[in-house]
Design a protein around this ligand. Structure first.
Ligand SMILES: *[C@@H]1O[C@H](CO)[C@@H](O)[C@H](O)[C@H]1NC(C)=O
Ligand SMILES: *[C@@H]1O[C@H](CO)[C@@H](O)[C@H](O)[C@H]1NC(C)=O
Ligand SMILES: *[C@@H]1O[C@H](CO)[C@@H](O)[C@H](O)[C@H]1NC(C)=O
Ligand SMILES: *[C@H]1O[C@@H](CO)[C@H](O)[C@@H](O)[C@@H]1NC(C)=O
Length: 578
């Protein structure tokens, strides 16, 4: 694996020194001069399509977020990283720190192959703050060269007084802390969670599979050093391999404060990343501390499939932020371009904007909202109020300096739900397919209405983020939220799925809200206050830079009023020296 490359630019060292000296205000870099788009479709290998305020290193491949935590005034984010290229491989844990989850400083890789039990790769894992406040990291190591033989390892800070936690030690007498015993498939045994303390033991989960049954193994320890597997997994379901399990308490329906992983929750959330579909699913349920069993509230929940995000969002992980008493979710979004394009541009993968998450007042699902710190990037607002969009009409939201790098919040009000189309129950579990058939350009009854983002002035290119309201057999409204990228680019070889999810919201008043974080090749949207979220990667060939526009459209038969819409151009934060 060799020695990982330095990722800390010299000027970042200087900024870091300034921040450590107390000058920890936000440092914005000015936007680079934006070139006018060319008149012929360009290659997607274009610096104007590199994201502006989503997390990424200066170059190379990234995937799963690892061990997010708050320690001595700093947020830490580690992530799966290939120091040698823009495709997966040579995996180490890169490391960045932040005061606000938005401005990031790159440090040296923190965890890289250095002991027999991780010599062929350091895969995903988590951080736990121990009783004395010191963090520990548990992670998956690859210990054989012939197959991806997986064991679990532990690492501690070399110097716990260093708030930046730059160096980690892997005690040889402890590692590995767990091996695939008889009955466990050694190539399907990974991604330890943050541990929690209950009774006299610490517990942590490790993802796995038995046959086609995905499961979360439970490991217990009294001292955090010696770990023993419990007889029964925490939970399992016939879904294939569970990667990156995450398990945490929530403080009650509608309560926005987060809980430390060891605190008692009114409810618990179990998330797993399904290797088969490559999406993150979760259930809300109850956890019994005496037998370490978790039971989803909705017995069909393991298959009915609530998702954090209905777009590109995988291998996510949460952590408890004691500074703001909230639980924060981080997730990886991959590219939707081709591997040759990734190699040509020299980078692949971003992290979604960190989201605060809490239990919806219904108790049935989570709500998610971009952390408030992202609002510090907002520039001058542009507002629209009380504007009615007639069937088949659209209007441009003008005055935004950078419609390609913006934050948009909109509240819509539908005049009447009478014209809602009948809902075909065949699509009950397949919003994405329904959106594929009823995309943004297919005329509807109530909707499609919403935003055209990253749109060219002639509307040849546009990504539609919208709602469409149906009526089920009992006349009850059913709301679909969708991102339709089929017209997002004239460039070939792009993955353009019509990502979609249903929105469990009461639209009887006709009101619904939408927020979109637009960032050059990212459209990250939050429907109905964060009930349904969709992150899409798109690569416009003309609607980039100053060629990008923002519109509101209504392709239904009912009038839609834009009660309020505010859009802000977004500044570029400090981003790992890039
Ligand atoms: C540990 O970190 C603290 C804070 O950064 C520093 O003052 C101290 O010198 C470090 N100790 C060692 C042994 O490096
Ligand atoms: C272990 O998992 C791998 C990857 O899914 C599979 O190819 C292999 O057959 C499994 N081995 C056993 C013994 O089930
Ligand atoms: C929790 O598990 C224990 C031990 O199996 C059992 O006695 C108890 O009834 C369970 N509690 C609930 C609320 O199910
Ligand atoms: C992201 O890329 C697309 C297109 O190549 C794949 O279809 C997805 O499976 C992939 N997602 C993940 C999580 O790997």
């Amino acid at each position: 694996m060799g020695t990982p490359q330095r990722v800390l630019a010299p000027w970042a060292v200087l900024l870091l020194a300034l921040q450590l000296a107390g000058a920890s205000h936000v440092i914005h870099r000015s936007l680079e001069a934006e070139a006018a788009p060319p008149s012929v479709p360009a290659s997607i290998v274009n610096s104007l399509l590199r994201t502006g305020y989503h997390f990424q290193p200066p170059m190379n491949w990234i995937n799963d977020p690892n061990a997010p935590m708050y320690y001595k005034g700093w947020y830490h984010l580690f992530y799966q990283y290939n120091p040698k290229g823009a495709v997966w491989g040579n995996i180490v844990w890169a490391h960045s720190v932040s005061r606000d989850l938005i401005n990031w400083i790159a440090l040296e890789p923190a965890i890289y192959p250095s002991i027999p039990s991780d010599q062929y790769g350091c895969w995903s894992g988590s951080a736990t703050l121990l009783g004395n406040g010191t963090p520990a990291i548990t992670y998956t190591g690859i210990s054989r060269s012939d197959i991806n033989y997986q064991v679990q390892n532990i690492a501690f800070p070399k110097n716990a007084s260093d708030p930046l936690l730059r160096e980690w030690v892997k005690p040889p007498e402890l590692n590995p802390i767990a091996v695939p015993e008889a009955g466990i498939n050694a190539t399907q045994f990974r991604d330890p969670t943050t541990a929690w303390f209950a009774g006299r033991h610490w517990r942590m989960l490790v993802g796995g599979v038995r046959g086609t049954r995905g499961l979360a193994f439970v490991y217990r320890s009294r001292d955090f050093m010696k770990w023993t597997r419990a007889k029964h997994p925490l939970h399992s379901a016939m879904t294939g391999m569970w990667e990156c399990p995450d398990f945490f308490p929530v403080s009650g329906a509608g309560a926005e404060n987060g809980l430390d992983t060891s605190e008692h929750g009114v409810k618990y959330v179990l998330k797993n990343s399904l290797d088969l579909t490559r999406y993150d699913y979760y259930t809300v349920g109850s956890y019994n501390r005496s037998n370490d069993q978790y039971v989803p509230d909705d017995p069909a929940g393991d298959y009915r499939r609530l998702r954090y995000d209905y777009g590109n969002f995988y291998a996510s992980k949460t952590f408890y932020d004691p500074a703001k008493r909230r639980r924060v979710l981080l997730g990886w979004a991959n590219e939707s371009d081709s591997v040759p394009d990734d190699k040509a541009k020299g980078w692949a993968g971003i992290q979604a904007i960190p989201r605060k998450i809490w239990l919806d007042p219904s108790g049935k699902q989570l709500l998610q909202w971009p952390v408030e710190e992202v609002e510090k990037l907002r520039g001058k607002p542009v507002s629209v109020g009380g504007k009615v969009v007639k069937p088949g009409e659209h209007f441009e939201v003008t005055g935004l300096a950078t419609a390609y790098q913006a934050d948009v919040e909109a509240s819509f009000e539908v005049s009447s739900l009478d014209k809602a189309e009948p809902f075909d129950p065949a699509y009950d579990n397949d919003a994405q397919k329904l959106c594929g058939i009823k995309g943004a350009d297919v005329r509807g009854g109530v909707g499609p209405f919403g935003l055209w983002v990253l749109a060219s002035g002639d509307l040849q290119e546009k990504t539609a983020v919208f709602f469409r309201v149906f009526k089920d057999g009992y006349g009850k409204p059913k709301v679909l939220m969708c991102t339709d990228p089929t017209k997002s680019s004239l460039s070939p070889d792009l993955y353009k799925p019509t990502f979609a999810g249903f929105v469990d919201t009461d639209i009887s008043s006709g009101k619904i809200s939408l927020r979109s974080l637009i960032d050059r090749s990212v459209v990250e949207s939050f429907g109905a206050g964060g009930k349904t979220c969709i992150l899409s990667r798109v690569y416009p060939s003309i609607a980039f830079g100053t060629g990008a526009h923002l519109y509101v459209f209504n392709n239904g038969e009912a009038d839609v009023k834009v009660s309020h819409l505010t859009a802000w151009d977004m500044k570029k934060p400090l981003m790992n020296g890039a």
